[in-house]
Design a protein around this ligand. Sequence first.
Ligand code: A2H
Length: 253
Amino acid sequence: EALGPQEYTGIKMAVVQWSDAAKAEVEGKVGGRGVFLVAATLRPETMYGQTNCFVGPALKYGVFAVSDNEAFVCTYRAARNMAFQGIFATRGEVHQLLELDGSKLIGTKIHAPFAINPEVYVLPMETVLATKGTGVVTSVPSDSPDDYATLMDLRKKAEYYKIDASWAAIDPIPVISTPTYGDMTAPSLVKSLKINSPKDAKPLAEAKEIAYKEGFYNGTMLVGEFKGEPVQEAKNKVRESMIVQNLAIAYAE
Ligand code: A2H
């Protein structure tokens, strides 16, 4: 864990079509606002490879007014931090339009900015922490062992998780190449460390550490505006490009 403040990129994932459960609750409560799930990431350069988004099914979320035109879905804790970081028009104040159970967000169709497959779905991830980031995690299974292990588990047990198989259908997309693991760093590590489930916490932590270091120090971009550049250089350029286009926000905690 870093001791100083963590500088996240908050990816703005626009709601395209609410799940039936969320729609019933949201109806009439957001005015004319466009609503975005905001996913906190430390790997903005991987956003080309988003295949879905995760929320904690047992966590509570809110829909918070950003302005007269926009609203964000995240935890109350994150909204309070955002208010103090000047992200909302109501500086220092949180304006919650409604509360939503994470489970009700499952199956919502959203737009993933910069993604090669931009139309993705919200899926459950039981290991999402309420105490970190926004409580929304965008999924990049090519480069995140946690995302890959969870996506594979959801595919195996779609019925148990009460998800439609089509929501988990997008395969990992090559985004970054590393000398040791090729263009599928996370799947390669999950296989070599014999990780079978998202609950294999210890080997997953090891895989996460290796994938992060390997990607950052030895990775090369395979796609996007900075194709061919080292990840070390592309990381901040992708972040800035998303922020300038109003597709992401800077968020710290
Ligand atoms: B990362 P750190 Cl491709 N609960 O984004 C659990 N995990 C969370 C979270 C929460 N509340 N909020 C954010 N995260 C995830 C991309 C990614 C990430 C890749 C590879 C590694 C990776 C796509 N998912 O993280 O504890 C988010 O996933 C490994 C470092 O603050 C976020 O970045 O260091 C990362 O964990 C933040 O973790």
